[in-house]
Design a protein around this ligand. Structure first.
Ligand SMILES: COC(=O)c1ccnc(N)c1
Length: 242
């Protein structure tokens, strides 16, 4: 997967050289390049923002530098990338969207700052590539950079060969629309608290059932919205009678 990131704070992405993402870059699974938006300015002050039409507080990112950046990174002769714009006004970022993005050959992230990017940048880009504004949740950040780090981590770990134990994708939260069951390791007793006996029984059928029950209970308590969204077909008939 090729990933391009455009930001006025490219140094924000230094963490991407670390850990599993660093390995994915080193082994070629992830070809990531971070670009400074100011490379596409031409004035002495390398201006990227201006006052909003219609008045109001703050500044808006000018369209010209963004237009040139997207022209350079998504040239018409190449297959267009998917443009992702982190924004409080975006669609919710979910594990399902992470899987969708992990299947894309080329992602292009545009990091907005200030009050956002001139809307015409997104409208013009949408004439030649898929554009998705993505929100991490109902809150506002200083800029899109932190959101890109989150999205990239969620997507990269789904790429083949990145996670040492791909099996863990099967059982983690949101893998089947449920939150994951509680996990335990040694010692069997810690500060008077015991690991549930079933997990030490060696009975894999019972263990799987217990974990499923725990996942359903947790999801019902913490995320009833996820439970309501579950396809009844995906629920084992025993779940209903549990
Ligand atoms: C500037 O970007 C944001 O404030 C942002 C991006 C993604 N998700 C959010 N909830 C906010």
């Amino acid at each position: 997967m090729r990933v391009d990131i455009v930001s006025i704070f490219p140094e924000y992405f230094a963490p991407l050289d670390l850990s599993l993402i660093g390995k994915a870059r080193a082994n070629g699974t992830l070809r990531l390049v971070v670009h400074d938006l100011r490379s596409w300015t031409h004035d002495v002050h390398r201006t990227v923002d201006d006052t909003p039409y219609g008045g109001g507080p703050g500044m808006v990112m000018r369209p010209e530098p963004w237009g040139e950046a997207l022209d350079a990174l998504a040239p018409p002769e190449l297959t267009p990338p998917r443009l992702l714009v982190p924004s409080p006004a975006g669609v919710p970022f979910t594990q399902a969207l992470a899987y969708e993005l992990a299947a894309e050959p080329h992602l292009l992230f545009a990091c907005g700052r200030y009050e956002g990017i001139d809307q015409r940048v997104l409208d013009h880009a949408a004439t030649r590539m898929p554009v998705t504004e993505v929100s991490l949740g109902d809150y506002v950040l200083f800029g899109g950079e932190v959101a890109v780090l989150v999205i990239l981590e969620a997507v990269t770990r789904l790429l083949p060969g990145v996670l040492g134990n791909a099996g863990s994708l099967e059982e983690e939260s949101h893998a089947h629309g449920l939150l994951e069951a509680p996990m335990y390791t040694k010692p069997a007793t810690w500060r008077g608290l015991d690991v549930p006996d079933v997990l030490r029984s060696g009975d894999h059928g019972r263990i799987a059932r217990w974990r499923r029950d725990q996942a359903l209970t947790r999801t019902g308590q913490r995320r009833p919205d996820l439970l309501a969204a579950l396809d009844p077909q995906s629920l084992d008939k025993r779940d209903v009678t549990a």
